[in-house]
Design a protein around this ligand. Sequence first.
Ligand code: PLP
Length: 300
Amino acid sequence: MSPEKEWIAYVNGEYVPQSEAKVSIFDHGFLYGDGVFDTWCTWNGYVFHLDRHIDRLYRSIHAFQMDMPLTKAQFRKVVIKVVETNGAKNQYLKAIVSRGVGPRPLLSPIGCKTTVVVFSRPYLRLVEPGQEDKMIKAKITSLRRTPAQCLDPKAKNLNYANLVLAKIEAMNAGADEAILLDIEGFVNEAPGYNVFAYRDGALFTPLAENILLGVTRDTVFEIAEKEGIPTRAERLIPYDLYTADEVFLCSTAGGIVPVGEIDGRKIGDGKAGPIAKKINQRYLEMLEKGVHGTKYRTKE
Ligand code: PLP
């Protein structure tokens, strides 16, 4: 990437080349994971569900009792400026809002000045168009998802160590991805994904009680409704995944990712199933056509 083409980031009121974008080592996001974030994707020059992600980010900020220096309207302009300056049609966009830097003592949240960062990168698709048969292997990890009584996953917060360590456990066992159970043993979510299972003609997904409420999860509901596929949010146990006809993960960053194997058991016939394929196809069409999208000026 030549310097004049270097992508920019927004850091506390300034737009700077990403190589010069810096936050303090005393930032509470870095020191304590004390902050929140959100992730969007842009596709074909549209930001998908721009305002929905902004609303979720502002709910996370509110849950963390942080002062946000920007109104939603101001923040929206920042996001658009970042994606327009970076210019690509397909981008992965991330905003981080941390408690920032405060006076001593270090841990105290009092007097901290909120840090706001927005950046984007070229979008990397896990499942490229044409690769819809690609399957991943998952492991249900011994590590359980942090319960809402300790830190509610609905606030999309910087404490991802729980998820990262689960992913490492899964990878150590030869799997690609982790699926975590909650503290009671019910299926919860994956590092960066919500989980769906298809069985007996219906799509099942864990209840909205102890998970991040994914925008893609809602999009799957929306597509399923249009396709006449019944959906049910309920408590699921590992058996429900092992015996499902299909299992897939979904997220903004990864799209719809079919799971072919869990804990060494084939899911269905071990191949990407027709329901995951159909939902993926509809999802890609929505992104391509700008359904729920906010148009921005691209340089491509
Ligand atoms: N669950 C977790 C823990 C996540 O981090 C994410 C996305 O980053 C998701 C689920 C999926 O959410 P979304 O569809 O809004 O990207």
